[in-house]
Design a protein around this ligand. Sequence first.
Ligand SMILES: [Ca+2]
Length: 253
Amino acid sequence: MSSGTSWCYRRPLRRQRQRVDDVRLCTEGETQKRSLGIGDQLGINTIYPSGPPPPVNNAPEVAIPSPADGATYGSGASVSFTGSATDTEDSDLTASIVWTSDLDGALGTGGNGSADLSDGVHTITASVTDSGGKSGSDSVSITVGDPPAVATTVGMTGITYATDGGRNRDKNLLITVTLADNLGGLPDGASISIDLYRNGSLDARGTGTTGSDGSVTFNRSRARRGDYTTVVTDVTAAGLTWDGVTPPNSFTK
Ligand SMILES: [Ca+2]
């Protein structure tokens, strides 16, 4: 309890002894109504136990001048890093910086260092804790090694024919078109449009969507006898560009 604190009573002072819970802090400009005895002080301490507020502790601030956010390194490269940490109360905390990678874990402590990082995209974090227990940190994202390959184009790996239905299982003509991207992946959910020609004339058109095997099977029901050829007119696959090529194909029914 500060000796400079003035205490006043909630109610007008009377002759009888005031109860301790009638005591409050004097408001600004108000003069102290009565000097307090030791019993009053103990009571006030019970009502206002918090005492003076604790000193303010600001969190430390951390910066990573190097590496730059988004920097890239070759596979197996040694990556150097530099950081600084300042704190209002503790001043320079740079020597206490702890470095980590979300992929490789602990990298060391202090204002600078280097590490051989595994291939991949790393979040590098510099963090520090001050003497009051408050923490600060900074992070950068860097890439080590070649980024993973991403498929960009799609094409047909084959157009095959079969028949089914009817007594001799030759009533309907089935045309299966299969896609693959340039990394060998099988596009699921791609749209394929075809024109089916019979003896050189347009016989049917169709559009279908690939399954997980990258293929669509079109059914030309009650297909007549003749020489059939399929021309792919459009392929739409998310994130992929069709190479525009229809592989040679034909079927005689
Ligand atoms: Ca601090």
